[in-house]
Design a protein around this ligand. Structure first.
Ligand code: Q46
Ligand code: ZN
Ligand code: ZN
Length: 316
């Protein structure tokens, strides 16, 4: 197979585009897909400050790299989740990338700042780890963006991630989630704007992007991911995609462009009942926000007053 652009030998084929690319034109293709996603959905305006949620994995590091190449003022935010060796190792990749690109990496360590780690916090709160982790990440990314004066939080969700989440939400007809499943969530009521600039790129393309541009990333999956429903949805969609390339993109973009508006009033209604959490001032519909409840449960049996006080290294 030859490169679609220069006719030199291709190093990768992208079946849903029915195209091969040489190294250089593949990197251009990835940047172009991100630029188009940003333009099509009005994700980021020139001059805005972007906070990239960085995990040390291929998607978030590729996203950060591309945003910097496109000229955006993009800092990274790494959350130390306390998931054993996986967290220690993923942090080293995030730091190494930041150093290599002379970019600014903000770090928040959940154990040091809030007195619990995700595995033990999830057990104490009787939640599955990914649920405790997901709500913590959403809360802390939002907090860091608002406190740091960033205009927008960018996450590395790719086409495979978004199609799998959509598939799960459609299987359950979860209308509130369907209303929120957009490539851009505008800022409102104490929420920073959230954008997903990788929605036009598949997981395999992000791995190839990192390999071809010399970005080292953590290859191991998070050990807590085993049994995660989304992995099953991804496998199911991959089987369909092999037989019929382009189906995943048609499924996701068909929903975004033609169906999602039907569901948005449901989630807009959800935002109406919001008020500031008495614990942390984040918007919530409950007495305390989900993160403050998690912190309270996760630290309720810990001795000493340091557990829930932010900014005390070594607490917990
Ligand atoms: S980090 Fe957290 Fe993921 Fe690990 S515990 Fe689950 S949500 S799998 S992206
Ligand atoms: Zn080429
Ligand atoms: Zn709170």
């Amino acid at each position: 197979m030859k490169c679609r652009v220069c006719r030199q030998p291709a190093v990768i084929d992208v079946r849903r585009h029915n195209a091969g690319f040489c190294r250089d034109h593949f990197l251009v293709h990835c940047r172009e897909q991100v630029r188009r996603a940003i333009d099509d959905y009005d994700m980021i305006t020139t001059g805005e400050r972007v906070l990239v949620a960085v995990s040390g994995g291929k998607d978030s590091l590729a996203l950060w790299d591309i945003l910097l190449d496109l000229g955006y003022a993009a800092d990274g935010l790494y959350l130390g989740l306390g998931i054993g060796d996986y967290s220690d190792e993923s942090a080293t990749y995030a730091r190494a990338f930041a150093a290599q690109r002379s970019a600014r990496l903000v770090e928040v360590d959940i154990t040091a700042e809030f007195g619990f780690d995700i595995p033990s916090g999830a057990r104490a709160a009787r939640r599955v780890p990914c649920s405790a982790c997901g709500l913590s990440k959403r809360h802390l990314f939002n907090r860091a963006a608002l406190d740091g004066g960033y205009d927008v939080v960018a996450t590395g969700h790719n086409l495979d991630d978004e199609a799998a989440v959509l598939f799960g939400n459609v299987l359950r007809w979860d209308s509130a989630y369907l209303g929120r499943q957009l490539p851009v969530l505008p800022a409102s009521h104490g929420f920073a704007r959230k954008v997903k600039p990788l929605v036009r790129l598949a997981e395999r393309e992000m791995a190839a992007y990192c390999v071809l541009s010399g970005i080292d990333y953590i290859v191991e999956e998070c050990p807590m991911a085993a049994g995660n429903k989304h992995l099953g949805y991804k496998d199911a969609l991959n089987a369909i995609e092999v037989a019929s390339p382009g189906t995943k993109a048609a499924f996701y973009f068909g929903f975004i462009d033609r169906v999602s508006a039907v569901f948005s009033p449901v989630s807009e209604g959800e935002r109406d009942g919001l008020h500031p959490c008495p614990g942390c001032a984040s918007p919530t519909t409950g007495e305390l926000c989900a993160f403050c409840k998690l912190v309270a449960k996760a630290t309720s049996n810990r001795p000493g007053p340091a557990a829930a006080q932010p900014g005390q290294p070594g607490a917990g």
